[in-house]
Write a protein of this length. Structure first.
Length: 544
Protein backbone atom coordinates (compact mmCIF):
# COMPACT_ATOMS: atom_id res chain seq x y z
CA UNK A 1 0.00 0.00 0.00
CA UNK A 2 1.07 3.56 -0.76
CA UNK A 3 -0.46 6.67 0.73
CA UNK A 4 -0.40 10.43 0.42
CA UNK A 5 -2.31 12.81 2.66
CA UNK A 6 -3.71 14.88 -0.21
CA UNK A 7 -4.99 11.77 -1.99
CA UNK A 8 -6.53 10.44 1.21
CA UNK A 9 -8.11 13.82 1.97
CA UNK A 10 -9.76 14.12 -1.45
CA UNK A 11 -11.11 10.57 -1.35
CA UNK A 12 -12.42 11.18 2.17
CA UNK A 13 -14.19 14.36 1.04
CA UNK A 14 -16.13 12.26 -1.44
CA UNK A 15 -16.77 9.23 0.76
CA UNK A 16 -17.99 11.43 3.64
CA UNK A 17 -20.43 13.23 1.34
CA UNK A 18 -18.74 16.63 1.55
CA UNK A 19 -18.31 16.89 -2.22
CA UNK A 20 -20.21 15.53 -5.21
CA UNK A 21 -18.32 13.69 -7.93
CA UNK A 22 -19.45 12.67 -11.38
CA UNK A 23 -19.31 9.08 -12.58
CA UNK A 24 -15.86 9.40 -14.18
CA UNK A 25 -14.18 10.67 -11.01
CA UNK A 26 -15.87 8.00 -8.91
CA UNK A 27 -14.53 5.44 -11.38
CA UNK A 28 -11.09 7.05 -11.14
CA UNK A 29 -11.05 6.66 -7.35
CA UNK A 30 -12.14 3.02 -7.66
CA UNK A 31 -9.43 2.39 -10.25
CA UNK A 32 -6.74 4.00 -8.11
CA UNK A 33 -7.77 2.14 -4.95
CA UNK A 34 -7.89 -1.22 -6.70
CA UNK A 35 -4.90 -1.01 -9.04
CA UNK A 36 -2.51 1.80 -8.03
CA UNK A 37 -2.62 2.55 -4.31
CA UNK A 38 -2.31 -1.16 -3.49
CA UNK A 39 1.07 -1.49 -5.21
CA UNK A 40 4.33 -1.73 -3.31
CA UNK A 41 6.63 -0.92 -6.24
CA UNK A 42 5.57 2.74 -6.35
CA UNK A 43 6.04 5.75 -4.07
CA UNK A 44 4.75 9.30 -3.80
CA UNK A 45 7.61 11.78 -3.73
CA UNK A 46 6.22 13.72 -0.79
CA UNK A 47 9.08 16.19 -0.85
CA UNK A 48 8.35 17.18 -4.46
CA UNK A 49 4.61 17.32 -3.76
CA UNK A 50 5.09 19.59 -0.73
CA UNK A 51 7.59 21.78 -2.57
CA UNK A 52 5.21 22.19 -5.49
CA UNK A 53 2.25 23.09 -3.25
CA UNK A 54 4.32 25.57 -1.19
CA UNK A 55 5.74 27.11 -4.37
CA UNK A 56 2.29 27.52 -5.93
CA UNK A 57 0.65 28.93 -2.86
CA UNK A 58 3.49 31.35 -2.14
CA UNK A 59 3.71 32.84 -5.62
CA UNK A 60 0.26 32.21 -7.12
CA UNK A 61 -2.85 31.18 -5.15
CA UNK A 62 -4.09 28.60 -2.63
CA UNK A 63 -4.61 25.24 -4.29
CA UNK A 64 -7.95 23.45 -4.08
CA UNK A 65 -8.13 19.85 -2.78
CA UNK A 66 -8.67 18.49 -6.31
CA UNK A 67 -5.54 20.31 -7.54
CA UNK A 68 -3.43 18.83 -4.74
CA UNK A 69 -4.94 15.41 -5.51
CA UNK A 70 -3.83 15.62 -9.15
CA UNK A 71 -0.40 16.96 -8.13
CA UNK A 72 0.26 13.89 -5.99
CA UNK A 73 0.03 11.68 -9.07
CA UNK A 74 2.27 14.01 -11.09
CA UNK A 75 4.99 12.97 -8.62
CA UNK A 76 4.21 9.26 -8.36
CA UNK A 77 7.28 7.17 -9.26
CA UNK A 78 8.53 3.61 -9.61
CA UNK A 79 10.85 2.72 -6.72
CA UNK A 80 13.33 0.80 -8.83
CA UNK A 81 13.77 3.16 -11.78
CA UNK A 82 12.57 6.53 -10.48
CA UNK A 83 10.46 6.83 -13.62
CA UNK A 84 7.12 8.61 -13.31
CA UNK A 85 4.12 6.25 -13.22
CA UNK A 86 1.65 8.55 -14.97
CA UNK A 87 3.12 10.28 -18.01
CA UNK A 88 -0.04 11.79 -19.51
CA UNK A 89 -2.73 13.79 -17.71
CA UNK A 90 -6.16 14.48 -19.18
CA UNK A 91 -7.80 17.32 -17.22
CA UNK A 92 -11.30 18.25 -18.37
CA UNK A 93 -13.82 20.42 -16.56
CA UNK A 94 -16.28 23.24 -17.12
CA UNK A 95 -15.05 26.65 -18.19
CA UNK A 96 -13.71 28.64 -15.24
CA UNK A 97 -12.38 25.61 -13.38
CA UNK A 98 -8.89 27.11 -13.18
CA UNK A 99 -7.20 24.77 -15.66
CA UNK A 100 -4.88 27.40 -17.09
CA UNK A 101 -3.92 28.84 -13.71
CA UNK A 102 -3.16 25.36 -12.43
CA UNK A 103 -1.04 24.61 -15.49
CA UNK A 104 0.84 27.88 -14.94
CA UNK A 105 1.89 26.80 -11.45
CA UNK A 106 3.00 23.38 -12.70
CA UNK A 107 4.91 24.90 -15.61
CA UNK A 108 6.75 27.33 -13.37
CA UNK A 109 7.60 24.67 -10.81
CA UNK A 110 8.72 22.01 -13.33
CA UNK A 111 11.16 24.46 -14.90
CA UNK A 112 12.58 25.53 -11.52
CA UNK A 113 15.52 24.27 -9.46
CA UNK A 114 13.04 22.89 -6.91
CA UNK A 115 12.06 20.30 -9.50
CA UNK A 116 15.75 19.91 -10.15
CA UNK A 117 15.86 18.35 -13.63
CA UNK A 118 18.26 20.20 -15.97
CA UNK A 119 16.88 21.45 -19.30
CA UNK A 120 13.35 20.34 -18.46
CA UNK A 121 11.86 22.49 -21.24
CA UNK A 122 8.11 23.09 -21.35
CA UNK A 123 6.03 23.87 -24.45
CA UNK A 124 2.54 25.30 -24.06
CA UNK A 125 0.61 24.48 -27.23
CA UNK A 126 -2.71 25.88 -28.43
CA UNK A 127 -4.46 26.58 -31.72
CA UNK A 128 -4.06 30.35 -31.43
CA UNK A 129 -1.19 32.46 -30.16
CA UNK A 130 -3.46 34.28 -27.71
CA UNK A 131 -4.59 31.03 -26.11
CA UNK A 132 -1.05 29.61 -26.01
CA UNK A 133 0.17 32.78 -24.28
CA UNK A 134 -2.43 32.62 -21.47
CA UNK A 135 -0.39 30.55 -19.01
CA UNK A 136 2.92 31.86 -20.36
CA UNK A 137 1.98 35.49 -19.68
CA UNK A 138 0.60 34.65 -16.23
CA UNK A 139 3.97 33.11 -15.39
CA UNK A 140 5.78 36.08 -16.98
CA UNK A 141 3.78 38.61 -14.95
CA UNK A 142 4.23 36.68 -11.70
CA UNK A 143 8.01 36.58 -12.16
CA UNK A 144 8.04 40.29 -12.96
CA UNK A 145 6.06 41.12 -9.80
CA UNK A 146 8.38 39.26 -7.40
CA UNK A 147 12.05 40.18 -7.09
CA UNK A 148 13.01 36.72 -5.81
CA UNK A 149 11.57 35.00 -8.89
CA UNK A 150 13.00 37.68 -11.14
CA UNK A 151 16.48 36.74 -9.90
CA UNK A 152 15.84 33.06 -10.68
CA UNK A 153 14.41 33.40 -14.19
CA UNK A 154 15.37 35.30 -17.33
CA UNK A 155 12.24 36.34 -19.17
CA UNK A 156 11.44 37.70 -22.59
CA UNK A 157 8.11 37.89 -24.38
CA UNK A 158 8.87 34.65 -26.23
CA UNK A 159 10.60 32.46 -23.61
CA UNK A 160 11.30 32.18 -19.89
CA UNK A 161 14.55 30.50 -18.81
CA UNK A 162 15.58 29.31 -15.37
CA UNK A 163 19.17 30.28 -14.57
CA UNK A 164 19.97 27.14 -12.54
CA UNK A 165 18.33 24.38 -14.60
CA UNK A 166 18.55 26.10 -18.01
CA UNK A 167 14.95 24.96 -18.49
CA UNK A 168 13.03 27.02 -21.06
CA UNK A 169 9.28 27.65 -21.19
CA UNK A 170 7.82 28.62 -24.57
CA UNK A 171 4.35 29.06 -25.98
CA UNK A 172 3.66 27.58 -29.39
CA UNK A 173 0.79 27.42 -31.83
CA UNK A 174 -0.32 24.06 -33.18
CA UNK A 175 1.28 24.52 -36.59
CA UNK A 176 2.81 21.09 -36.18
CA UNK A 177 4.86 21.08 -39.38
CA UNK A 178 7.44 23.50 -37.98
CA UNK A 179 8.14 21.84 -34.65
CA UNK A 180 10.42 18.91 -35.43
CA UNK A 181 13.53 18.51 -33.29
CA UNK A 182 12.08 19.66 -29.98
CA UNK A 183 13.75 18.60 -26.72
CA UNK A 184 10.95 19.11 -24.22
CA UNK A 185 10.50 17.60 -20.81
CA UNK A 186 6.83 18.54 -20.72
CA UNK A 187 4.19 19.52 -23.29
CA UNK A 188 0.87 21.14 -22.38
CA UNK A 189 -1.91 20.96 -24.96
CA UNK A 190 -4.58 23.58 -24.35
CA UNK A 191 -8.17 23.42 -25.67
CA UNK A 192 -7.69 19.97 -27.16
CA UNK A 193 -11.32 19.79 -28.24
CA UNK A 194 -10.24 21.75 -31.34
CA UNK A 195 -7.77 19.08 -32.52
CA UNK A 196 -9.31 17.12 -35.41
CA UNK A 197 -6.41 14.64 -35.69
CA UNK A 198 -3.40 13.52 -33.63
CA UNK A 199 -0.96 15.39 -35.89
CA UNK A 200 -0.12 18.12 -33.37
CA UNK A 201 0.34 15.69 -30.49
CA UNK A 202 2.39 13.31 -32.61
CA UNK A 203 4.90 16.02 -33.57
CA UNK A 204 5.30 17.51 -30.11
CA UNK A 205 5.40 14.18 -28.29
CA UNK A 206 8.20 13.04 -30.62
CA UNK A 207 10.51 15.50 -28.84
CA UNK A 208 9.93 13.89 -25.44
CA UNK A 209 12.13 11.24 -23.88
CA UNK A 210 15.39 13.15 -24.16
CA UNK A 211 15.18 14.33 -20.55
CA UNK A 212 14.11 12.50 -17.40
CA UNK A 213 10.43 12.00 -16.48
CA UNK A 214 8.63 13.40 -19.56
CA UNK A 215 5.03 14.49 -19.11
CA UNK A 216 2.11 15.63 -21.24
CA UNK A 217 -0.94 17.54 -20.00
CA UNK A 218 -4.12 17.69 -22.07
CA UNK A 219 -6.50 20.35 -20.75
CA UNK A 220 -9.80 21.86 -21.84
CA UNK A 221 -13.55 21.63 -21.83
CA UNK A 222 -15.50 19.53 -24.29
CA UNK A 223 -16.35 20.99 -27.69
CA UNK A 224 -18.20 20.53 -30.96
CA UNK A 225 -15.63 18.56 -32.97
CA UNK A 226 -16.70 14.93 -33.07
CA UNK A 227 -14.48 11.98 -34.02
CA UNK A 228 -11.53 14.27 -33.33
CA UNK A 229 -8.54 13.75 -31.07
CA UNK A 230 -10.49 14.53 -27.89
CA UNK A 231 -13.12 11.85 -28.57
CA UNK A 232 -10.36 9.29 -29.04
CA UNK A 233 -8.70 10.45 -25.82
CA UNK A 234 -12.02 10.19 -23.95
CA UNK A 235 -12.48 6.66 -25.28
CA UNK A 236 -9.00 5.77 -24.07
CA UNK A 237 -9.79 7.30 -20.66
CA UNK A 238 -13.02 5.33 -20.41
CA UNK A 239 -11.17 2.07 -21.02
CA UNK A 240 -9.02 2.92 -17.99
CA UNK A 241 -11.97 3.97 -15.85
CA UNK A 242 -13.87 0.81 -16.80
CA UNK A 243 -10.75 -1.12 -15.73
CA UNK A 244 -10.43 -2.67 -19.16
CA UNK A 245 -6.93 -1.23 -19.55
CA UNK A 246 -4.72 -1.47 -16.47
CA UNK A 247 -1.33 -0.60 -17.96
CA UNK A 248 -1.96 2.83 -19.43
CA UNK A 249 0.15 5.83 -18.39
CA UNK A 250 -2.82 8.22 -18.73
CA UNK A 251 -4.33 9.85 -15.62
CA UNK A 252 -7.90 10.86 -16.57
CA UNK A 253 -9.43 13.58 -14.39
CA UNK A 254 -12.77 14.35 -16.03
CA UNK A 255 -15.37 16.62 -14.43
CA UNK A 256 -18.83 16.82 -16.03
CA UNK A 257 -22.50 16.38 -15.37
CA UNK A 258 -23.66 12.77 -15.56
CA UNK A 259 -26.64 13.81 -17.67
CA UNK A 260 -28.06 17.06 -18.99
CA UNK A 261 -31.02 17.05 -16.57
CA UNK A 262 -28.61 17.58 -13.65
CA UNK A 263 -28.11 21.17 -14.82
CA UNK A 264 -31.55 22.02 -13.39
CA UNK A 265 -30.17 21.64 -9.85
CA UNK A 266 -27.29 24.04 -9.13
CA UNK A 267 -26.07 21.74 -6.37
CA UNK A 268 -24.93 19.39 -9.15
CA UNK A 269 -22.75 21.97 -10.86
CA UNK A 270 -19.73 21.02 -8.78
CA UNK A 271 -19.68 17.74 -10.73
CA UNK A 272 -18.66 19.75 -13.79
CA UNK A 273 -16.61 22.41 -12.03
CA UNK A 274 -14.80 21.35 -8.83
CA UNK A 275 -14.24 25.02 -7.97
CA UNK A 276 -17.90 25.07 -6.93
CA UNK A 277 -17.38 22.64 -4.03
CA UNK A 278 -17.96 24.11 -0.58
CA UNK A 279 -16.30 26.06 0.92
CA UNK A 280 -15.83 28.26 -2.14
CA UNK A 281 -12.95 30.65 -2.58
CA UNK A 282 -13.56 34.30 -3.41
CA UNK A 283 -12.76 33.51 -7.04
CA UNK A 284 -15.18 30.56 -7.06
CA UNK A 285 -18.00 32.60 -5.49
CA UNK A 286 -17.73 35.25 -8.18
CA UNK A 287 -17.60 32.61 -10.91
CA UNK A 288 -20.60 30.79 -9.41
CA UNK A 289 -22.59 34.04 -9.49
CA UNK A 290 -21.72 34.60 -13.16
CA UNK A 291 -22.68 31.05 -14.16
CA UNK A 292 -26.00 31.36 -12.30
CA UNK A 293 -26.73 34.57 -14.23
CA UNK A 294 -25.91 32.83 -17.51
CA UNK A 295 -28.26 29.99 -16.58
CA UNK A 296 -31.09 32.43 -15.77
CA UNK A 297 -30.56 34.16 -19.11
CA UNK A 298 -31.34 30.92 -20.92
CA UNK A 299 -35.02 31.57 -20.22
CA UNK A 300 -34.87 34.62 -22.50
CA UNK A 301 -32.14 33.33 -24.79
CA UNK A 302 -32.49 29.55 -25.14
CA UNK A 303 -30.26 29.61 -28.21
CA UNK A 304 -27.27 29.82 -25.83
CA UNK A 305 -28.12 26.54 -24.08
CA UNK A 306 -25.85 24.49 -26.35
CA UNK A 307 -22.87 26.69 -25.44
CA UNK A 308 -23.78 26.73 -21.74
CA UNK A 309 -24.09 22.96 -21.48
CA UNK A 310 -20.96 22.26 -23.50
CA UNK A 311 -18.66 24.83 -21.92
CA UNK A 312 -19.99 25.39 -18.41
CA UNK A 313 -21.32 21.90 -17.66
CA UNK A 314 -18.79 20.06 -19.89
CA UNK A 315 -21.53 17.88 -21.41
CA UNK A 316 -22.03 18.56 -25.14
CA UNK A 317 -25.61 19.16 -26.10
CA UNK A 318 -26.82 19.80 -29.63
CA UNK A 319 -29.79 21.80 -30.80
CA UNK A 320 -31.97 19.07 -32.26
CA UNK A 321 -33.79 21.62 -34.41
CA UNK A 322 -30.52 22.18 -36.28
CA UNK A 323 -28.94 18.75 -36.52
CA UNK A 324 -29.91 15.32 -37.79
CA UNK A 325 -29.55 13.52 -34.47
CA UNK A 326 -27.67 13.66 -31.17
CA UNK A 327 -24.10 12.47 -31.46
CA UNK A 328 -24.88 9.40 -29.34
CA UNK A 329 -27.47 8.31 -31.93
CA UNK A 330 -25.02 8.88 -34.77
CA UNK A 331 -22.44 6.81 -32.90
CA UNK A 332 -25.05 4.05 -32.56
CA UNK A 333 -24.74 3.44 -36.32
CA UNK A 334 -21.42 1.78 -35.50
CA UNK A 335 -22.65 -1.81 -35.54
CA UNK A 336 -21.24 -4.65 -37.64
CA UNK A 337 -22.94 -5.36 -40.93
CA UNK A 338 -25.24 -8.39 -40.84
CA UNK A 339 -24.86 -11.04 -43.52
CA UNK A 340 -25.63 -9.21 -46.77
CA UNK A 341 -24.55 -11.64 -49.49
CA UNK A 342 -27.37 -12.26 -52.00
CA UNK A 343 -29.63 -9.63 -50.46
CA UNK A 344 -31.42 -7.13 -52.65
CA UNK A 345 -29.99 -3.63 -52.35
CA UNK A 346 -30.86 -0.20 -53.68
CA UNK A 347 -28.03 2.01 -54.92
CA UNK A 348 -27.66 5.61 -53.81
CA UNK A 349 -25.54 8.22 -55.55
CA UNK A 350 -24.54 11.83 -54.87
CA UNK A 351 -22.53 13.20 -57.77
CA UNK A 352 -23.40 16.84 -57.23
CA UNK A 353 -19.89 18.29 -57.08
CA UNK A 354 -17.51 16.41 -59.33
CA UNK A 355 -14.62 18.70 -58.36
CA UNK A 356 -14.41 17.66 -54.72
CA UNK A 357 -16.43 14.68 -53.37
CA UNK A 358 -18.74 12.03 -54.80
CA UNK A 359 -20.45 9.32 -52.78
CA UNK A 360 -22.00 5.95 -53.61
CA UNK A 361 -23.67 3.32 -51.50
CA UNK A 362 -25.98 0.35 -51.19
CA UNK A 363 -29.03 0.41 -48.93
CA UNK A 364 -30.38 -2.86 -47.51
CA UNK A 365 -33.37 -3.55 -45.28
CA UNK A 366 -32.76 -6.23 -42.65
CA UNK A 367 -35.65 -6.57 -40.23
CA UNK A 368 -36.27 -3.07 -38.86
CA UNK A 369 -32.77 -1.91 -39.73
CA UNK A 370 -31.57 0.06 -42.72
CA UNK A 371 -28.03 -1.01 -43.59
CA UNK A 372 -25.89 1.42 -45.60
CA UNK A 373 -22.64 0.23 -47.21
CA UNK A 374 -20.89 3.17 -48.79
CA UNK A 375 -17.76 4.52 -50.45
CA UNK A 376 -16.55 7.95 -51.52
CA UNK A 377 -14.29 9.44 -54.16
CA UNK A 378 -12.28 12.58 -53.43
CA UNK A 379 -10.32 14.72 -55.87
CA UNK A 380 -6.69 15.35 -54.95
CA UNK A 381 -6.76 18.90 -56.35
CA UNK A 382 -9.53 19.80 -53.92
CA UNK A 383 -7.55 18.42 -50.97
CA UNK A 384 -4.51 20.43 -52.07
CA UNK A 385 -6.46 23.68 -52.09
CA UNK A 386 -8.77 23.17 -49.09
CA UNK A 387 -7.40 21.96 -45.77
CA UNK A 388 -10.17 19.82 -44.36
CA UNK A 389 -10.35 19.21 -40.60
CA UNK A 390 -10.76 15.51 -41.19
CA UNK A 391 -8.31 12.55 -41.33
CA UNK A 392 -8.76 11.93 -45.05
CA UNK A 393 -5.55 9.90 -45.41
CA UNK A 394 -6.51 7.67 -42.50
CA UNK A 395 -9.93 7.05 -44.07
CA UNK A 396 -8.25 6.25 -47.38
CA UNK A 397 -6.02 3.69 -45.66
CA UNK A 398 -9.11 2.08 -44.17
CA UNK A 399 -10.67 1.74 -47.62
CA UNK A 400 -13.55 4.13 -46.92
CA UNK A 401 -12.67 6.46 -49.79
CA UNK A 402 -10.53 6.68 -52.91
CA UNK A 403 -8.47 9.76 -53.79
CA UNK A 404 -8.35 10.43 -57.54
CA UNK A 405 -5.88 12.77 -59.21
CA UNK A 406 -7.84 14.16 -62.15
CA UNK A 407 -9.55 17.44 -63.15
CA UNK A 408 -12.98 16.08 -62.19
CA UNK A 409 -14.18 12.85 -60.64
CA UNK A 410 -14.77 10.61 -63.64
CA UNK A 411 -18.12 8.82 -63.81
CA UNK A 412 -16.24 5.59 -64.50
CA UNK A 413 -15.28 5.34 -60.81
CA UNK A 414 -18.96 5.41 -59.88
CA UNK A 415 -19.96 2.87 -62.50
CA UNK A 416 -17.10 0.49 -61.70
CA UNK A 417 -17.97 0.52 -58.00
CA UNK A 418 -21.59 -0.45 -58.66
CA UNK A 419 -20.51 -3.13 -61.14
CA UNK A 420 -18.19 -4.62 -58.53
CA UNK A 421 -20.93 -4.52 -55.88
CA UNK A 422 -23.33 -6.28 -58.25
CA UNK A 423 -21.11 -9.33 -58.15
CA UNK A 424 -22.03 -9.78 -54.47
CA UNK A 425 -25.40 -8.12 -53.98
CA UNK A 426 -28.68 -7.84 -55.82
CA UNK A 427 -28.44 -4.26 -57.02
CA UNK A 428 -30.07 -3.18 -60.30
CA UNK A 429 -31.58 0.18 -59.39
CA UNK A 430 -29.70 3.32 -58.40
CA UNK A 431 -31.23 6.54 -57.09
CA UNK A 432 -29.65 9.91 -57.84
CA UNK A 433 -30.53 13.56 -58.29
CA UNK A 434 -30.65 15.14 -61.74
CA UNK A 435 -27.21 16.76 -61.69
CA UNK A 436 -25.36 15.79 -64.90
CA UNK A 437 -28.27 13.44 -65.53
CA UNK A 438 -27.43 12.68 -69.15
CA UNK A 439 -23.87 11.60 -68.33
CA UNK A 440 -24.85 9.58 -65.26
CA UNK A 441 -27.89 7.95 -66.87
CA UNK A 442 -26.05 6.96 -70.03
CA UNK A 443 -23.05 5.51 -68.19
CA UNK A 444 -25.10 3.47 -65.71
CA UNK A 445 -27.66 2.21 -68.20
CA UNK A 446 -24.84 1.08 -70.47
CA UNK A 447 -23.92 -1.36 -67.71
CA UNK A 448 -27.49 -2.57 -67.27
CA UNK A 449 -28.53 -0.47 -64.27
CA UNK A 450 -31.87 1.29 -63.97
CA UNK A 451 -31.51 4.91 -62.82
CA UNK A 452 -34.23 6.43 -60.67
CA UNK A 453 -33.72 10.17 -60.50
CA UNK A 454 -35.13 12.75 -58.09
CA UNK A 455 -36.05 15.97 -59.87
CA UNK A 456 -36.06 18.15 -56.72
CA UNK A 457 -33.86 16.61 -54.00
CA UNK A 458 -34.64 19.31 -51.41
CA UNK A 459 -38.36 18.59 -51.77
CA UNK A 460 -37.91 15.05 -50.44
CA UNK A 461 -36.16 16.21 -47.26
CA UNK A 462 -39.35 17.28 -45.48
CA UNK A 463 -41.08 14.05 -46.49
CA UNK A 464 -38.21 11.97 -45.14
CA UNK A 465 -37.43 14.03 -42.02
CA UNK A 466 -39.85 12.21 -39.66
CA UNK A 467 -38.56 8.82 -40.77
CA UNK A 468 -34.91 9.91 -40.56
CA UNK A 469 -35.42 11.24 -37.02
CA UNK A 470 -37.20 8.06 -35.99
CA UNK A 471 -34.71 5.54 -37.35
CA UNK A 472 -31.77 7.43 -35.82
CA UNK A 473 -33.55 7.71 -32.46
CA UNK A 474 -34.47 4.00 -32.50
CA UNK A 475 -30.96 3.01 -33.65
CA UNK A 476 -32.30 1.37 -36.80
CA UNK A 477 -29.39 2.49 -38.99
CA UNK A 478 -26.19 0.50 -39.48
CA UNK A 479 -23.12 2.11 -41.09
CA UNK A 480 -20.62 -0.40 -39.65
CA UNK A 481 -17.51 1.29 -38.20
CA UNK A 482 -17.48 4.14 -40.70
CA UNK A 483 -16.21 7.47 -39.29
CA UNK A 484 -16.53 9.02 -42.74
CA UNK A 485 -20.31 8.43 -42.75
CA UNK A 486 -20.56 9.70 -39.18
CA UNK A 487 -18.66 12.81 -40.29
CA UNK A 488 -20.98 13.33 -43.25
CA UNK A 489 -24.04 12.95 -41.04
CA UNK A 490 -22.78 15.26 -38.30
CA UNK A 491 -22.01 17.91 -40.92
CA UNK A 492 -25.67 18.23 -41.93
CA UNK A 493 -27.50 21.38 -40.89
CA UNK A 494 -31.28 21.03 -40.65
CA UNK A 495 -32.91 24.23 -41.87
CA UNK A 496 -36.54 24.76 -40.90
CA UNK A 497 -38.20 26.98 -43.49
CA UNK A 498 -40.97 29.46 -42.81
CA UNK A 499 -43.58 26.92 -43.91
CA UNK A 500 -42.22 24.41 -41.35
CA UNK A 501 -40.62 22.15 -43.94
CA UNK A 502 -37.06 20.95 -43.42
CA UNK A 503 -34.04 20.98 -45.69
CA UNK A 504 -30.71 19.21 -45.21
CA UNK A 505 -27.89 21.66 -45.83
CA UNK A 506 -24.19 21.87 -44.95
CA UNK A 507 -22.95 23.41 -41.71
CA UNK A 508 -19.97 24.66 -43.72
CA UNK A 509 -20.28 24.92 -47.47
CA UNK A 510 -16.63 24.12 -48.21
CA UNK A 511 -15.05 22.16 -45.35
CA UNK A 512 -17.86 20.03 -43.94
CA UNK A 513 -19.01 17.65 -46.64
CA UNK A 514 -22.36 15.84 -46.63
CA UNK A 515 -22.19 13.82 -49.88
CA UNK A 516 -22.43 10.39 -48.26
CA UNK A 517 -25.48 11.42 -46.23
CA UNK A 518 -27.27 12.72 -49.32
CA UNK A 519 -26.52 9.52 -51.21
CA UNK A 520 -28.11 7.67 -48.29
CA UNK A 521 -31.14 9.99 -48.36
CA UNK A 522 -31.61 9.43 -52.10
CA UNK A 523 -31.71 5.67 -51.58
CA UNK A 524 -33.92 5.92 -48.50
CA UNK A 525 -36.55 7.86 -50.47
CA UNK A 526 -37.13 4.86 -52.75
CA UNK A 527 -36.32 2.13 -50.23
CA UNK A 528 -39.83 1.01 -49.36
CA UNK A 529 -40.77 0.80 -53.03
CA UNK A 530 -37.87 -1.47 -53.90
CA UNK A 531 -36.50 -3.34 -50.89
CA UNK A 532 -38.19 -6.47 -49.65
CA UNK A 533 -36.97 -8.24 -46.56
CA UNK A 534 -35.17 -11.54 -46.96
CA UNK A 535 -35.40 -11.46 -50.77
CA UNK A 536 -32.46 -13.24 -52.37
CA UNK A 537 -31.16 -12.81 -55.86
CA UNK A 538 -29.41 -15.18 -58.18
CA UNK A 539 -26.88 -14.20 -60.80
CA UNK A 540 -28.66 -16.17 -63.54
CA UNK A 541 -31.77 -14.03 -63.01
CA UNK A 542 -29.97 -10.78 -63.78
CA UNK A 543 -29.69 -9.45 -67.31
CA UNK A 544 -26.28 -7.88 -67.84
Amino acid sequence: MITNKYVEHYIDLYESGNIKLNKERIQLIDFLKQHVLVRDDLYFDDEQIENYIKFSEKWYFPLEPFQKFIAAFVFLFYKETGRNFFRKFLIMMGRGGGKNGYITTLTNYLSSELHGIPKYNVSIVANSEDQAKTSFMEMYDTIEEHETLDDLFHRTKVEIKNHATKSIVKYRTSNASTKDGLRDGCVIYDEIHQYQTNEVVRVFSSGLGKVKNPREFFIGTDGYVREGYLDKMKERAQNILNQQELNDSLFPFICKLDNKDEAENIDNWEKANPMFCEPRSEYAEELFYIVKEEYKDLVNDPSNREEFMTKRMNIPEVDLTKTIAPWEDILATNRPFPELEHRVALGGLDYASIKDFAAVGLLFKVGEDYVWKSHSFVRQGFLDNVKLKAPIKEWEERGLLTIVDEPTIDIKHIVNWFVEMREHYGVNRIVSDTFRLDLVKTALEAEGFELIYIRNPKAIHSKLAPRVETIFANHNIIFDDNPLMRWYTNNVYVKIKKDGNKEYLKKDEVRRKTDGFHAFIHALFEADNVLEEEEDFYLDEITF
